[in-house]
Design a binder for this molecule. Structure first.
Ligand SMILES: Nc1ncnc2c1ncn2[C@@H]1O[C@H](COP(=O)(O)OP(=O)(O)OP(=O)(O)O)[C@@H](O)[C@H]1O
Ligand SMILES: [Mg+2]
Length: 442
């Protein structure tokens, strides 16, 4: 026997003696005697050296045919790439990839390996989505080696694995979904993808905290990581790039979930800013954000309520709560709003997530608007980054944002000072947060 005789079935940790509790993952009673785990062939067999110039490198992307999906992928899927799509349960991952299979099956066969549902369930969904797909082959299979045999015999144009957490290899003594299995299976699919130049789409589960279940290594092992997000109570779904070896990561794709499946939303700006731009609403501000190359107008709402007794609560949906806390501190210290005894709630409308600092000023104005019970002037958008000294800093692509706001009927913008602002609408340039509140609120 080798030096390491026991292995944790949950995380793959190896130990020279049996232990009751795994020191790595904390699971109890998970140690079994380890057999030789990996019999993967050495990559060195037959490997040859190539000069960079002699390797053919035409950019032969396969468009999936779903415009919003292609936008996030950077124009289509690169042959031989491993694409991981994560998302909450029931958000529409299987739907998206079944629709992708339909679009790709014009180029050859598509293998859809499902460990989550039976072939009948997949076919019921396909019927609902209006997918005929004679070229789509369903394998109700979880064993990676069997899936690899199917790939070898079918030679498909694309492979879809639903989901990576249900697949396993018999050589690995760990339960499906465990760190050891996920790592091993992902490595196998990576080899298949690279070896056969076939794009492989993996569906991944996310944990309660919204990160991909399994080892962090999974994200390193794949070429593209995308998250399908959305509010379960809204029909809109946002596909967001987190990692992309072949394209930008800040692009988003927007879909609407309908009975017939996910439908592209080519012009999503109008969806997230509400229809109340002509009303004076306290605590509501519209911010022209930039998602990738695309401007997107989002309504930010804030509610400030007095809490003279306990610790003030700060909650944010669709916005970083730590950033919100920082802005509240700046409002307190630099503008003199006594928010120390107030609960503050912040919400980005429609299930969007705002990650860029350009939304700082809008969030701060929304909070001040609710605190002072003063509405933002009708038809006004607000954009700028807020610094710790209460200064308003410039944002990138200001003119693209203002153009989109003007297109959607906004007439006025409170913005950071910038050198060249085109007059799509009336702009008020401000240097400090205090000036911004003066300019934006009634
Ligand atoms: N008849 C229908 N009409 C409209 N929407 C539907 C219908 N049936 C299902 N849906 C939508 O499809 C979603 C389920 O999609 P799907 O099974 O692709 O999700 P998933 O992310 O693969 O889920 P899981 O994590 O369970 O695998 C539902 O949450 C619902 O929004
Ligand atoms: Mg599914």
């Amino acid at each position: 026997m080798s030096k390491t005789d026991f292995q944790c079935t949950a995380c793959g940790y190896q130990s020279p003696r049996w232990v009751g509790r795994c020191p790595a993952c904390g699971n109890w009673d998970s140690f079994v005697a380890a057999k030789a785990v990996s019999n993967r062939k050495s990559a060195r067999e037959g490997s040859a050296l190539h000069s960079l110039t002699e390797v053919a490198a035409e950019d032969a992307r396969l468009p999936t045919g779903i415009t919003e999906f292609d936008r996030v992928l950077g124009g289509g899927v690169v042959p031989g790439s491993l694409v991981l799509i994560g998302g909450d349960p029931g958000i529409g991952k299987s739907t998206l990839l079944l629709q992708t299979a339909e679009c790709l099956c014009g180029r050859g066969t598509v293998l859809y390996a499902t460990g989550e549902e039976s072939a009948r369930q997949v076919s019921l969904r396909a019927k609902r989505l209006g997918i005929r797909g004679a070229n789509i082959y369903i394998a109700s299979e979880t064993d990676v080696d069997v899936i690899k045999e199917h790939i070898a015999s079918l030679n498909p144009a694309a492979v879809i694995i639903d989901s990576i957490q249900t697949t396993s290899r018999s050589q690995v003594q760990a339960v499906p979904g465990s760190v050891a299995q996920v790592r091993e299976c992902a490595a196998e699919f990576q080899q298949v993808a690279k070896g056969t130049e076939t794009p492989v789409f993996l569906i991944g589960h996310v944990t309660k905290d919204g990160i991909l279940a399994g080892p962090r290594l999974l994200e390193h092992a794949v070429d593209v990581v995308l998250y399908l997000e959305g509010d379960r109570h809204h029909n809109y779904r946002i596909l967001r790039g987190v990692k992309n070896r072949f394209g930008a990561t800040d692009e988003i794709g927007v879909f609407e979930m309908r009975e017939e499946g996910l439908v592209d939303v080519p012009n999503p700006s109008a969806l997230f800013h509400g229809a109340r731009q002509e009303e004076a609403v306290v605590g509501s501000v519209v911010v022209p954000t930039l998602q990738g190359t695309r401007p997107l107008l989002v309504e930010v709402q804030a509610l400030v309520s007095a809490n003279p007794y306990g610790m003030p609560r700060r909650m944010a949906t669709g916005y970083d709560v730590n950033r919100a806390t920082l802005l509240i501190a700046v409002l307190d210290k630099k503008v003199g709003l006594k928010l120390g005894h107030c609960d503050t709630y912040i919400n980005a409308v429609g299930g969007v997530k705002i990650t860029e600092p350009a939304a700082d000023l809008a969030v701060a104005v929304a909070v001040a608007s609710s605190y002072r019970e003063a509405a933002v002037l009708p038809g006004t958008v607000v954009v700028g980054e807020v610094g710790l000294t209460g200064e308003v800093r410039p944002v990138n692509a200001l003119n693209a944002r203002l153009k989109e706001a003007a297109k959607l009927g906004f007439r006025r913008a409170v913005v950071c000072a910038a050198r060249e602002v085109q007059d799509y609408l009336e702009t008020v340039q401000v240097d400090t947060l205090g000036d911004a509140l003066e300019a934006a609120l009634e």
